[in-house]
Design a protein around this ligand. Structure first.
Ligand code: NAD
Length: 385
């Protein structure tokens, strides 16, 4: 089995998530980074590429040149897919250009800055026959997969209520005015999109809720707030959600929750039992059964007798050897790589799922509905899909 060849846009020196993507891709053992346009500056892109050990001529000055040149290389040399790790406003144009040039795309969240763009991307993907994955990486954890498995089996009965919370404190002060690079573009609607916290971490919470509940959200009522004076986007979001089966959800996302680090938590309540999973303790899943108390499940490749096949496939180590954020993202990369190989005709049945273009589009429909709802004093808005 040959390695898939990856090109990267963004993720140059000093960037946050690009380096995590490279570690995750490499952890799969089936992907190699062969080229990139790592920065908006041609010189920084070249320097970053060389520092990463890729051939200097494949450290491109910009993504357009990368797509153009790569598409003329022989099929046994050119990249197979592009991973996009730039600020949000560039996702759409880069993804679109990559699809049009014949490459599959793995894109960071949020997929685009508007629902209109996300739907347009869906058309382009359908027309070009290329795949798009979106890195809602929290679905890559073994115990999130097991939680989904339990709910999907109906083990917890019918889902009644979902609470999903994503709390961070790093934007509690106007750090964007002190030159904090990641804060600067995230609080600029031109570069982040109209949604701040809602788009940045609310979309993760939304995706996790739909994934674990095995249900789709139909409508939302939102209350978005900008607590830090002078900031142009929301830094706190409270959203009520109605799922298609009548279940109810409460989503809270905040980036002004002082001292919270990356506190993503989901609690789900069904008619027979409930569950609780916390991202900061990802190797534990608590299942609460009506009439027989709690069961604490732990992750580990040796727990074949108690975890579903997806959770086992997403684990690498025996119990007690903690796996975390990078491994979860690696599981998405593995799922996406399997989907690409399958798409290209390799005879394999993909073992691991990954968030797809539809998940990316749904998250944008959620963002748009929540923005509109908040502007209309919490009026219920239907996700337009
Ligand atoms: P960052 O500011 O740290 O990095 C952005 C990178 O993009 C920089 O290297 C910058 O030079 C580069 N860039 C900007 N314009 C470019 C262009 N025209 N061509 C090529 N490169 C360009 O940002 P970040 O925090 O790494 O976030 C990047 C993306 O990843 C965002 O969409 C963000 O929402 C997402 N993200 C996702 C997660 C997750 O957990 N899934 C975590 C963090 C960030």
């Amino acid at each position: 089995m040959r390695k898939l060849r990856m090109g990267m846009v963004g993720g140059g020196e000093g960037a946050f998530i690009g380096a995590v993507h490279r570690m995750a891709a490499s952890l799969t053992g089936e992907i190699e980074l062969v080229c990139g346009a790592f920065s908006s500056s041609a010189e920084r892109s070249r320097k970053s590429g060389i520092a990463l050990g890729i051939a200097p001529m494949r450290a491109y000055p910009n993504y357009r040149q990368m797509l153009e040149v790569e598409s003329t290389l022989p099929s046994d040399a050119r990249m197979d897919f592009v991973t996009i790790v730039t600020p949000n406003y560039l996702h759409y144009e880069i993804a679109r250009a990559a699809l049009e040039t014949g490459f599959h795309v793995l894109c960071e969240k949020p997929l685009t800055t508007t629902l209109e763009q996300a739907l347009a991307l869906k058309d382009v993907a359908a027309r070009t026959g290329r795949l798009v994955g979106v890195t809602f990486n929290y679905t890559g954890y073994p115990l999130v997969k097991h939680a989904r498995h339990l709910v999907g089996l109906g083990a917890l009965g019918e889902v009644r209520k979902v609470f999903v919370e994503y709390l961070q404190g790093w934007l509690a002060f106007p750090v964007e005015r002190d030159g904090q690079k990641q804060a600067e573009w995230r609080t600029d609607p031109e570069r982040a999109g109209a949604a701040g916290c809602l788009g940045d971490i609310g979309t993760h919470a939304f995706n996790l809720a739909e994934y674990v509940a095995c249900l789709r959200v139909r409508e939302v009522s939102a209350d978005l707030t900008t607590f830090v004076q002078g900031r142009q986007v929301d830094d706190d979001a409270a959203v009520l959600m109605r799922f298609e089966n009548g279940a109810k959800g409460v989503l809270c996302a905040s980036q002004v929750a002082i001292d919270e680090e990356n506190a993503l938590t989901i609690r789900l309540y069904g008619t027979k039992g409930s569950l609780e999973w916390r991202q900061e303790e990802p190797n534990t899943l608590v299942v609460k059964w009506a009439g027989r108390g709690r069961e604490v499940l732990r992750s580990g490749v040796n727990y074949r007798d108690r975890l579903c096949p997806q959770a086992i496939a997403a684990s690498r180590l025996p119990c007690g050897h903690p796996e975390g954020f990078i491994e979860a993202l690696a599981n998405l990369y593995r799922g996406f790589a399997e989907a690409v190989r399958h798409h290209e005709g390799e005879p394999l049945a993909p073992l691991l799922d990954h968030p797809t273009l539809d998940d990316g589009v749904r998250a944008m429909a959620f963002v748009e509905a929540a923005l509109q709802s908040s502007q209309a004093e919490g009026q219920w808005k239907t996700l337009k899909l």
